[in-house]
Design a protein around this ligand. Sequence first.
Ligand code: IMP
Ligand code: MG
Length: 174
Amino acid sequence: MSETIRVLLTEEQVDSRIKEIGEQISKDYAGKEIHLVCVLKGGSFFMCELAKRITIPVSFDFMSASSYGSSTKSSGIVKIVKDLDEPLKDKNVIIVEDIVDSGRTLSYLVKMLGDRDPASIKICTLLDKPDRRVTDVKVDYTGFEIPDEFVVGYGLDYDQKYRNLPYIGVVEFN
Ligand code: IMP
Ligand code: MG
């Protein structure tokens, strides 16, 4: 089976939306410091671009959770592959994700990280597929709501490929 990629959101659209979110976060947290928690690997491109657009003091940490194998179907099981390096106590945490799909990963992470006593915890995602949600998860900052299609690029992969695309594309299987 081979696949082709159809552009859904151009590089310009993604970059200008990330700039807006960065400005919004800087405004919402004015006078405070924030701690970005990047969910690897997908959230990495988004977090770097977002951090560049935030004008208040920022620190970051990385974790890796997986609910997908190499297929496009959720297994429903969230596994922590790499935990954070730093404690979250008294920090204003923003979890930075590539995409919210079923919501299972984020509802698990919010609960797990919330137990570590942060001052606050919010969720920021580049993409949201609201039609696919099976758990209740409150997303505070969303780049784009997209239809129920499998997307790649800007950190998102299909079978570990296409993360490096500078735009968001839909995978079409031929
Ligand atoms: P959830 O737990 O079902 O919300 O799944 C979230 C994770 O599944 C994301 O962080 C992605 O790693 C992966 N995922 C969900 N939808 C897509 C997609 O369309 N393309 C690539 N990865 C996806
Ligand atoms: Mg992810």
